[in-house]
Design a protein. Structure first.
Ligand code: KIV
Ligand code: ZN
Length: 387
C-alpha cells in the first residue's frame, strides 16, 4: 500500500531544551543530534542561535555534524536574529531558517501593542530577509491555535508570496481540541491561495494532554509535517511526542501516511535523551515508558502468555524493547507465576503450582513485587520437594 510521507521535524534540542533545569551543553547536544540523524528525522531544529553564544555554537557544530537531516535554526521576525541564524547554519548541508511572529489577538495586542496589518508586514519582511540567505524558510504563526482562521489565512498567503516553503501552525498554548485544530488545517488548505507551494506543519503543545491527538488531526486534514520532541519534552506540559506520532502512523497503515523513522531506535533514543537531560520518563509513558510493555494483573498476564496480541497492539521489538514483561504482584495469577518460574528453570505441574501459588500470595501481599530471586524461596517454602 503506497504510503504518503509525513516529515518529522524534531525540536528536542530547541523547544524540548526549554524545560527548566534540563539545559544541555554542546557536547550532549551533539550526541543527541547524531542519534536523531540516524533515527531518521527529516528536520532537526538545533537551537535559537541569537539566544546565547552557547546556543549559537551548538547550532554551528550540529550543522557541521549532521549528514542527512535538514538543520534548522529558530529566529524571531527580527533582522539580527535571522542574520545570526544564517551565520550559525552556514556549514549545514541543508539549512532552514525558522522565523515567525505571534498572530493571535493576545500576541498582537499585549506582546506587540500592534495591529494586524503591521504584523503581516513584519512577517513578510522576515521571510523575505531569511530568503536572502537560504532557500528553505519556515514561517511560524505563533499562537495560531487561538488565531482566527480568516486572519491566519491572510498571514499564510502573504508569507507564501514572500517565499515561505513551510507554514508552521503552532497551538502554542495547547488549547485546541483535535476537531478544532484539524478544521484549522483544512480551512487553510481550502482558503489560502498558493497553499500547494508550501508544506503545512503541526506544532502542538500538551497543556491539555492533546498534543499528539491534535497533530494527528492536523495531518489527517492535509498537514505533512509534525514538530515533536523525544519523550514529548518541552515548555510547560511539553510538545507532541515523536515516538507517539510515529507509532500511531505505523500501527494504522490504512491512514496511508508514514515517516522514515527507524522505530527500533525509539526506546534507546528515549533513554539517551532522558539520561543526558536528567529528566526521567514517566513509567506509564506511551511507547517508551518502563510500563509500556509490562503486564501485572492476572487476567492480562494469562492472555499475553497465550498470545501477546491479546493485550498488546505494538510488538515491543518494533520500538527496541527486548520483550514484554510479566511482573509478579499480588494481582498476578498462576499462569504468570508458572511462566516466570519456568524462565528460571522450574517447571511446575498443576498440583505443585497450586501449592507454590499459596506461598506466593503470602509473600506478594507483603511486598510490591516478587522478583526472580524470591521464586526459589517460595518454591522451597511450599514443600513440594523440588528444592
Ligand atoms: O510553540 C510555539 O509557538 C513555538 C514557536 C516558536 C515555533 O515553539
Ligand atoms: Zn513550541
Amino acid at each position: 500500500m503506497a504510503q504518503e510521507h509525513v516529515q518529522i521535524f524534531d525540536t528536542t534540542l530547541r523547544d524540548g531544551e526549554q524545560v527548566p533545569g534540563c539545559k544541555l551543553d554542546t557536547k550532549s547536544k551533539l550526541i543527541i543530534a547524531e542519534r536523531l540523524d540516524v533515527l531518521g528525522v527529516d528536520i532537526l531544529e538545533a537551537g535559537f542561535p541569537v539566544s546565547s553564544p552557547g546556543d549559537f555554537n551548538s547550532v554551528v557544530e550540529i550543522s557541521k555534524l549532521v549528514k542527512n537531516a535538514t538543520v534548522c535554526g529558530l529566529t524571531r521576525a527580527v533582522e539580527n536574529d535571522i542574520k545570526v541564524a544564517a551565520d550559525a547554519l552556514k556549514d549545514a548541508k541543508r539549512p532552514r531558517i525558522h522565523t515567525g511572529i505571534g498572530t493571535s489577538e493576545f500576541h498582537i495586542k499585549y506582546k506587540f501593542n500592534s495591529n494586524k496589518d503591521a504584523i503581516i508586514e513584519r512577517a513578510i519582511a522576515a521571510v523575505s530577509y531569511a530568503k536572502s540567505f537560504v532557500k528553505d524558510v519556515e514561517f511560524y504563526a505563533e499562537d495560531a491555535g487561538r488565531t482566527d482562521n480568516e486572519f491566519l489565512a491572510r498571514v499564510c498567503e502573504a508569507v507564501i508570496k514572500a517565499g515561505a516553503t513551510v507554514l508552521n501552525i503552532p497551538d502554542t498554548t495547547g488549547y485546541c481540541l483535535p476537531e478544532e485544530y484539524g478544521a484549522k488545517i483544512k480551512y487553510l488548505k481550502e482558503n489560502v491561495t498558493g497553499i500547494d507551494k508550501a508544506v503545512l506543519s503541526c506544532h502542538c503543545h500538551n497543556d491539555l494532554g492533546l498534543a499528539t491527538a491534535n497533530s494527528i488531526a492536523g495531518i489527517n486534514n492535509g498537514a505533512r509535517q509534525i514538530e515533536c520532541t523525544i519523550n514529548g519534552i518541552g515548555e510547560r506540559a511539553g510538545n507532541t511526542s515523536l515516538e507517539e506520532v510515529v507509532m500511531i502512523l505505523r500501527q494504522h497503515p490504512y491512514l496511508k501516511l508514514d515517516t522514515k523513522i527507524d522505530s527500533k531506535l525509539l526506546y534507546s533514543t528515549s533513554q539517551m535523551v532522558s539520561d543526558l537531560m536528567g529528566m526521567i520518563v514517566q513509567p506509564n509513558k506511551a511507547i517508551v515508558g518502563t510500563n509500556a510493555f509490562a503486564h501485572s494483573s492476572g487476567i492480562h498476564q494469562d492472555g499475553v502468555i497465550k498470545n501477546r496480541e491479546t493485550y498488546e497492539i505494538i510488538n515491543p521489538h518494533d520500538v527496541g524493547v527486548t520483550e514484554s514483561a510479566i511482573i509478579l504482584t499480588a494481582r498476578s495469577g498462576r499462569a504468570a507465576l508458572a511462566y516466570r518460574a519456568k524462565n528460571i528453570g522450574y517447571e511446575l505441574e498443576k498440583l505443585q503450582l497450586d501449592k507454590v501459588y499459596q506461598e506466593f500470595l503470602k509473600l506478594a501481599d507483603t511486598q510490591k513485587e516478587i522478583t526472580d530471586k524470591d521464586i526459589p524461596t517460595i518454591i522451597k517454602a511450599s514443600n513440594i520437594g523440588l528444592i
